[in-house]
Design a protein around this ligand. Sequence first.
Ligand code: PRP
Ligand code: ADE
Length: 176
Amino acid sequence: MKNELADRVSAAIRDVPDFPKPGILFKDITPVLQDGDLFNTVIHYFCERYESLNITKVVGIESRGFIFASAIAHELSTGLVLIRKPGKLPYQTIGVDYSLEYGTDRVEMHVDAVQKNERIVIVDDLLATGGTMGAGIELCKKAGANVVEAGFLIQLDFLDGVKNLHGVPTHSLIHF
Ligand SMILES: O=P(O)(O)OC[C@H]1O[C@H](OP(=O)(O)OP(=O)(O)O)[C@H](O)[C@@H]1O
Ligand SMILES: Nc1ncnc2[nH]cnc12
């Protein structure tokens, strides 16, 4: 199932050169979302991976990670946690700074979003340098969570982002 689905997702992803900055080949996932059957199959693929792992919360990273995390959490009936860019969350937060393929940023999470020893998965659409997910993992670990897996739709292997993921197991549906 994985290879057939990976081929369908690869074919749907649209490459946009020089977005948002010159030299970046942007992987546009919106065609995957626009295809109801494909989006549904992707969500079920991740749910099958996670359904027997006693996951209590799915953590999504703003903004494209929210799309996948929220659909997976809904399907698994787990909680959903939002990791957001700075200044967006209303309550007390913990935060981590990181560098991006095209800039620097910071991620934040509510202090009470994840409890000690909770089994969580963190989901994002794409792994590039790993700065974003690395910071997300750090946040969840700070809160005492057991990060079972970092899941991605797409992994850009040439950027070797896995080295920034603190040894957490990772899974990506497709690799470029
Ligand atoms: O591995 P990294 O080098 O950290 O890059 C990956 C991150 O970059 C993109 O998000 P972006 O910051 O563009 O935000 P968006 O999802 O709101 O478009 C992507 O959705 C990941 O979160
Ligand atoms: N090349 C890329 N395409 C889409 N999202 C990204 N986030 C970081 N690098 C990216």
